[in-house]
Ligand binder design. Structure first.
Ligand SMILES: [Zn+2]
Length: 265
């Protein structure tokens, strides 16, 4: 069974989510973990986890979406969501984004720090986003003791050195579709231990792609798994088993909640 550790399915209407989950299930994707990007999207994601058995949730505010500084009420809402629903199993999606046009770094830093603290208090693994900000991201995670709960560097596209640093901090490397087009990432995957890898699709609506069939969905975990097997010269079943065990370890504090919905392979 494959687990998509990072999706944004809350951006789809409910009937589409049902169909997307079904298409994933047809190729063995048994469970998805949806990331909140704003307080409102975190609320919706948690609601969806109550509606769909195979849908689990993160809560968090994405650095791109910090259009006004976060205030204590925002942090209280995120904490309340995590306290109120057992299917909230990660702090996601939080981090730093230095791309041009992104929100003021003076707003991003306190939001990242405070959300790491919520994660530690709630024992939620941290799924973090870093764009052009790896050095500061790793530093803040260390300063705020993010390693106490560990987590995932989501949509990893960095170097081998960065992958090693992330692993040393006690975090997993999450591999997504860039594995098909980035030769340096293929090399990273071939060199890092299998036990440090999880997978995701980051699925969200992609209206810029004219053909709806090409939109990224959790079902793409199947070819990603096959690609990892090829790069690591392993058989697909062994890779699938390792990915499952890695995700189980990542979610160990909350595995009792997840276990009811999974059949181990
Ligand atoms: Zn994301």
């Amino acid at each position: 069974m494959l687990i998509d550790t990072h999706v944004h399915l809350d951006s789809f209407p409910d009937h589409e989510i049902a169909a997307i989950l079904d298409r994933g299930q047809e190729v063995g994707v048994g469970l998805v973990i949806c990331a909140g990007t704003t307080v409102a999207s975190s609320v919706r994601s948690v609601d969806l986890s109550r509606k769909f058995p195979s849908f689990f949730s993160g809560v968090g505010v994405h650095p791109m979406d910090i259009t006004t500084p976060l205030v204590s009420k925002d942090y209280q809402t995120l904490t309340g969501l995590a306290e109120g629903e057992k299917k909230v199993i990660v702090m996601s999606e939080i981090g730093l984004d230095y791309m041009e046009g992104m929100p003021d770094r003076g707003w991003q830093f306190p939001a990242f720090r405070e959300q790491i603290n919520i994660a530690r208090n709630m024992k939620l693994p941290i799924v973090f986003h870093s764009r052009e900000a790896h050095k500061d991201c790793f530093r803040v995670l260390r300063e705020e003791k993010g390693y106490e709960v560990g987590g995932v560097m989501h949509y990893f596209q960095g170097s081998l050195e960065e992958a090693k640093e992330v692993i040393d901090m006690g975090f997993y490397i999450s591999i997504a579709r860039p594995i098909f087009r980035l030769p340096h990432l293929q090399e990273v995957v071939s060199k890092i231990p299998m036990e440090n890898i999880v997978i995701e699709t980051d699925s969200a609506p992609q209206p810029f792609k004219k053909n709806r069939d090409n939109w990224t969905e959790p079902r793409y975990l199947r070819p990603i798994t096959e690609k990892i097997a090829e790069l690591k010269e392993m058989d697909v079943i062994s890779v699938e088993t390792a990915l499952f065990q890695n995700t189980k370890k990542l979610l160990s504090e909350h595995w009792d909640v997840v276990e009811k919905f999974v059949t181990e392979i």
